[in-house]
Design a protein around this ligand. Structure first.
Ligand code: BJW
Length: 243
């Protein structure tokens, strides 16, 4: 056992990391918490905006009922994110690219902080707050290039290019993430409550294909008992100390 940031790391994990070629990292809101981005759940509370729980405002039903309100919610969050920087956790994961043959980052986050930290292979399962897409045709826009709310191609309303509750993930994203999970030697699950599907199914795919499964989270989750190793603590403290 080694002690890292006050947490014990097993010989097994050390050995697995020494031999690993393909590392898979599934991240959730918790990895951005130390950058100042609020999580959805955790710490016994749930995110609420204008009196609405996020499960309501970030839902397909709300988009149908009140698109302007959905835009307001994402504009508010995008404004908060303008001044946010990647933290030590994001940066350490990006640095692993120099150490392993492949590092696949699969994130549920829409904040773009992994890319900002330098991770090259990032699969965004729940889209990006920095893009808009047409509600009718296939057009997509980077918001810094086009701030309009109507599609230039067809004139129909735009919406945030994120995956709301009850919506399908971007075409091919889960399939690509599953392929990476199958190939993983070590799978890290970082800062996610692991309750939102299909993302929460990826660690099981990785482990049943032979990966060593490691959870990094200050709290236990429904996945904890299934993991080979649970590192209880903050991502920004534990991840940089792992290698
Ligand atoms: C730290 C930390 C630190 C804090 N360091 N850690 C199977 C069973 C049951 C239900 C379903 C199922 N399959 C599908 C469903 C329905 C639904 C679902 O999963 N519901 C569950 C809640 C039960 N899934 C869907 O609707 C998905 N679509 C789908 O499946 O399509 C097929 C379909 C279509 C139609 C009908 C049925 C099926 C889409 C899910 C989209 C999720 N979207 C959101 C909002 C995105 C936009 C936005 O940002 O507003 O994505 S919801 C929200 O949850 C967001 C997140 O990406 C996602 C996951 O949250 P995450 O990242 O885990 O964050 P938290 O806050 O929950 O946890 C933070 C963690 O960090 C905590 O554990 C802390 O302890 C920890 N932490 N500080 C490390 N410093």
């Amino acid at each position: 056992m080694d002690i890292v940031a006050g947490v014990s790391i097993s010989r097994d994990l050390r050995q697995r990391l020494a031999e690993a070629r393909n590392v898979f990292v599934l991240t959730g809101a918790g990895i951005s918490a130390e950058s100042g981005v609020p999580t959805f759940r955790g710490g016994g509370s749930s995110l609420v905006w204008k009196g609405m729980p996020f499960e309501i405002i970030s839902s397909a039903g709300m988009l149908e009922r009140n698109l302007p309100e959905v835009w307001e919610w994402f504009d508010y969050r995008r404004n908060l994110l303008q001044s946010v920087e990647p933290n030590a956790g994001h940066l350490a994961i990006a640095s692993w690219q120099d150490r392993f043959q492949t590092v696949s980052v699969v994130t549920q986050n829409i904040d773009g902080l992994h890319q900002k930290a330098g991770s090259r292979e990032v699969i965004e399962l729940h889209g990006s707050i920095w893009r808009a897409r047409c509600t009718t045709c296939r057009a997509r826009y980077q918001i810094w290039q086009y701030e309009g709310r109507e599609c230039v191609s067809c004139g129909d309303p735009l919406r945030p290019d994120v995956v709301l509750f009850g919506e399908m993930l971007p075409a091919g994203a889960f399939e690509m993430a599953s392929e990476k999970a199958v190939a993983a030697d070590v799978c890290f699950v970082v800062g996610t409550s692991a309750i939102v599907y299909p993302a929460a199914g990826l660690p099981e795919i990785a482990r049943s294909s032979g990966a060593f499964l490691v959870e990094i989270n200050p709290e236990r989750t429904p996945l904890s008992d299934y993991c080979d190793e649970v590192l209880t603590g903050k991502a920004g403290e534990l991840i940089p100390a792992l290698l």
